[in-house]
Structure formats: C-alpha cells, structure tokens
Design a protein around this ligand. Structure first.
Ligand code: PEP
Ligand code: MG
Length: 310
C-alpha cells in the first residue's frame, strides 16, 4: 500500500543499465531531513539554511547553526547533504529587513562576518556530522562570487586549524537558477564539485514572470536553458542535481535523467513517486524524450511529451 511504499530503502535507484541515480529531498530543517529519510530519500539535495533564520527571527549563532547542519548530516551517514548558504532577499527577506539589496550569495558577500560565521558552522558540522557535506551557493551570477567564497573558506579553515577546532572542508557547489549562471555554466562548472539546477527561479527569470506556485518549467525557453546548463556540467564532469519543484513530477524527473541529471531533489512527500518512476528507467528512451523536449517550440508539445495537460 501507499504507506509501505513510502518506506523504501534509500540508495538503490538505478537506470536499467545500472547507472546509480540519487533521489534526495529539499528541506528547511534537520527535522524535515528526518522526514525525508522516512520517505526513502538518499540524502538532502537542498537544505534551505535561510529557513533557520526565518523561523527564529534572525540568524542563529555559530553553535546553533553547527548543530542544525550536523543533525541533518547525521540522518544520512552514507549519503550527501547539500546545505545552501543563506538565500535572503526577494520573497525571503532576512527578518528585520525589507528584502531589498543583493540576493543570495551576493548578499552573503556583502555581509562578510555573517558569511564567515556560516562557513565556520558548516566546516565544523562537516567534521561533527556523519554524512558528506556540500555547500551550495544560491543565486550565483558571476564567477567572482565563487572565487570570493573560496577565499573566505580558506580564511575560515586557517582560523579553525590555528584554534585546534575539529573541522572538515566541504565541497563547493553552485545553484544555476539565473540566466547569468546558465550563460556562465561552463566556467562555473570548472570551479566547483557540483551544480544544482534551481528550476523555480530559473523559470521565472527566463520568462520574466513573478514567482508563483507553478513556475512554467515546461516552457521551451526554460527547457533549453536546463539542457544547456546540464550539458555544461556534464562536459566539465561535475555532478548535476535538480532542486526545483518541477522535478516532483515523475515524468519531468525522467526527462531530466534524459538530459544527464543524476540527482533529483524534491519535497520529501514527492520522493516515493519519483523513486518509483526513475528506478529501472530506460535512459536511452529518456534521452529521446529530452531531445524532443529541447527541440519543441511550444509548451503544449513539451507538456504532451511529459503526459501533462497544457
Ligand atoms: C529554485 O529556485 O528552484 C530553488 C530550488 O531554490 P528556492 O526554491 O529555494 O529559491
Ligand atoms: Mg532559488
């Protein structure tokens, strides 16, 4: 029944020819990471760290952040947890601010003390928690942002080493969720260990619409942006996961596999259905669907390829 299906064992989703695929979860707390584990997630593909601050009316101190990240890592001793640095701005203003000013990683770089505190908490959690940590930068629009974060990470790890505090240096990844990041995807992918596609923001920026409950990720212009970003990541040999809500539709997730995505991160409740759709998937057939979707000129063509109503 549906309940027992929700409790599948993580870690065993593969294509028909044996390529491992990860189905991970988007979470906003370590408690939600526990729910994700119950639903059969292989890890956390996106921990929206700004939710820690939105819930507690301000940015938690280093110790509290360390604890929250380490608790999520402890849920997935064999898996990977991708914690995104604070993504304040727009629809998620830092409590006490009006949400104007630089968004995402640019906002972090504009508040270096807060940014270094977060990196310090992440490096400590990587040593304390069981699973592997990736730190993902939101709303990247410039190569220099990655370089600047790496410099901060160097400084923070030097400090921790000097102080004799246990730490591990996490991998770095970027969100590709702006048209700028799609344009720069080859250069970005060359500088990081993984790329996270954010189809929620990417759809609205590509289409020039406001963000709503259902960004039109099946618009051909969005599909082509996804195709380019995934190809750039694959060419650079880096892991590519998709974290937008569009991947919660199992047929959309299957198309992503056809483009070369090997990890889809969805809301915990969507994990079981995506796992069922992707396990044993014929990757060649998925690639044909992906190719047709990328060649489509209308949304209704894409929708019908994905068995959706337009
Ligand atoms: C996205 O933009 O697709 C994404 C995953 O990030 P968020 O929904 O948190 O903006
Ligand atoms: Mg986003």
């Amino acid at each position: 029944d549906a309940d027992s299906l929700a409790r599948e064992t993580p870690g065993d989703v593969r294509t028909a020819s044996g390529t491992p695929l990860a189905v991970t979860a988007n979470v906003g707390s370590s408690r939600e990471a526990a729910v994700a584990l119950e639903r059969g997630a292989d890890g956390v593909g996106l921990f929206r760290s700004e939710f820690l601050a939105l819930r507690s009316d301000g940015v938690p101190d280093v110790d509290a952040q360390t604890e929250a990240y380490a608790a999520a890592l402890d849920r997935f001793p064999e898996g990977r947890v991708a914690v995104r640095t604070f993504d304040f701005g727009g629809d998620k203003p830092l409590p006490g601010t009006d949400g104007t000013g630089p968004r995402g990683v640019a906002g972090s770089l504009a508040t270096p003390d807060r940014h270094r505190d977060q990196l310090r908490a992440l490096c400590r959690a990587a040593a304390d928690g069981a699973g592997d940590l990736t730190v993902v930068l939101p709303h990247v629009t410039r190569v220099e942002e990655v370089t600047a974060v790496r410099d901060h990470l160097d400084a923070v790890t030097d400090e921790l080493a000097e102080e004799g505090v246990a730490y591990e240096r996490p991998d770095l990844g970027v969100m590709v969720e702006t048209p700028a990041a799609v344009e720069l995807a080859p250069e970005l992918a060359d500088r990081v260990a993984s790329v996270s596609l954010g189809t929620n923001d990417l759809a609205r920026y590509v289409l020039g619409t406001t963000r709503d409950a259902d960004p039109e990720a099946t618009e051909p212009a969005v599909i082509r942006a996804i195709e380019r970003a995934v190809a750039a990541a694959n060419d650079a040999g880096v892991r590519v996961r998709c974290c937008g809500e569009a991947a919660a539709d199992p047929d959309f997730a299957a198309m992503l596999v056809g483009f070369g995505v090997t990890e889809t991160s969805v809301a915990p409740d969507a994990v079981p259905a995506v796992r069922r759709r992707l396990d044993g998937i014929d990757a060649d057939a998925a690639a044909v669907v992906a190719e047709r979707a990328a060649a489509a000129s209308t949304k209704s063509e894409v929708d019908s390829l994905l068995n959706r109503e337009s």
